[in-house]
Ligand binder design. Structure first.
Ligand code: SF4
Length: 329
């Protein structure tokens, strides 16, 4: 049996635009083990959501296309499956929740109708059994009065409740992998904490794996077992969450952590990484972070650093650590 639920190797996802090809995901590899929570973190446009959409087979063609790589779910290459077969896996074994629950739910159907449909279509339950299970699922995601909720329409519920309903729909067929794309971004901090709690509890109870996409390091610290940092379509650093937070190696990761507010530390202003993310149409053979990096060297402007493993098992793509890599190898 495979030791990974999800394994991505050298994924390349591109978009054709009038100005040229955008390499939104450029040679990304990662894996998610059973019961593990892996967080992909990075700024908007770094490729984290496109990585998730690629796994789900939701990259919009013809402008978007997966130009290379392998996406294995329990050893099966999803990119080689027929649309029919992929649809069966999506929903049954891999589910996804998005940032905006309101735009993912159908406004003219009740919550009950939207919860029972996947249970009947994917789960093979009859209407009576699906209705019973829908009530249980609403309870499981921490909403009281499920009998009333199933009769409600989305506009009658708060953002936090809607996101829990999305989680209930996503877990209704007991997926082995849940992909959550910024699931708490639109919510206030109290509700955010409750949703994260719900996700963690479900992972503990069911053993499902979670691939969590976020720009929020607070969410990462709270949830992740393993962290992947992306920048301009590439993985620039990855490692165990404790190690990565205590010993960030890549200057971008260090900048992200410096810009995080810390309780009890009063500062005049929060640190922000200088400069801007490069235009994806103008990327050249170089470290894509070099224009913002205070440690930039000549080699950084002309050669792309490969992602290499360091002596503590962490991986980083930065020329600063070449000696450490050489010693390790
Ligand atoms: Fe900075 Fe060079 Fe490392 Fe890029 S490779 S992060 S420019 S030191």
């Amino acid at each position: 049996m495979s030791d990974s639920v999800l394994r991505i190797r050298n994924l390349q996802t591109q978009f054709r635009t009038d100005e040229g090809i955008v390499r939104a995901v450029d040679d990304v590899s990662l894996r998610v083990k059973p019961g593990e929570i892996v967080c992909i973190v990075g700024e908007s446009g770094c490729g984290k959501s496109i990585t998730a959409l690629s796994v789900m087979g939701l990259v919009e063609e013809p402008a978007g296309q997966i130009a290379g790589g392998v996406i294995e779910f329990e050893g099966q290459d999803l990119l080689q499956l027929s649309k029919h077969h992929l649809r069966a896996i999506r929903g049954n074994e891999i589910s996804m929740i998005f940032q905006e629950p309101m735009s993912s739910l159908n406004p003219v159907l009740t919550i009950g109708e939207q919860l029972t449909e996947p249970l009947m279509v994917h789960g093979g339950l009859n209407r009576k059994a699906a209705s019973k299970r829908a009530l249980e699922l609403i309870n499981e995601v921490g909403i009281s009065r499920p009998e009333q909720i199933v009769r409600s329409y989305p506009h009658e519920l708060s953002g936090g409740m809607l996101q829990r309903i999305m989680i209930a729909i996503a877990i209704s067929c007991q997926p082995k992998l849940l992909i959550a794309d910024e699931p708490t971004t639109a919510l206030d901090v109290t509700i955010q904490a409750q949703i994260l709690d719900t996700l963690r509890r479900l992972r503990d109870d069911t053993g499902m794996s979670i691939l969590l996409i976020t720009h929020d390091l607070g969410v990462v610290a709270e949830m992740a077992d393993y962290v992947i940092v992306m920048y301009s379509g590439k993985v620039v650093e990855e490692g165990d969450v404790v190690e990565l937070f205590e010993h960030p190696r890549h200057p971008y990761t260090q900048g992200l952590l410096r810009s995080k507010p810390v309780i009890h530390q009063r500062k005049e202003s929060l640190y922000s990484i200088p400069g801007y993310v490069p235009n994806p149409l103008e990327l050249k053979e170089s470290c894509y972070f070099h224009e913002r990096c205070e440690h930039c060297m000549d080699i950084c402007r002309n050669q792309q650093p490969p992602l290499r493993e360091l002596d503590n098992g962490q991986k980083t793509a930065c020329w600063l650590y070449e000696q450490e890599v050489a010693a390790h190898v």
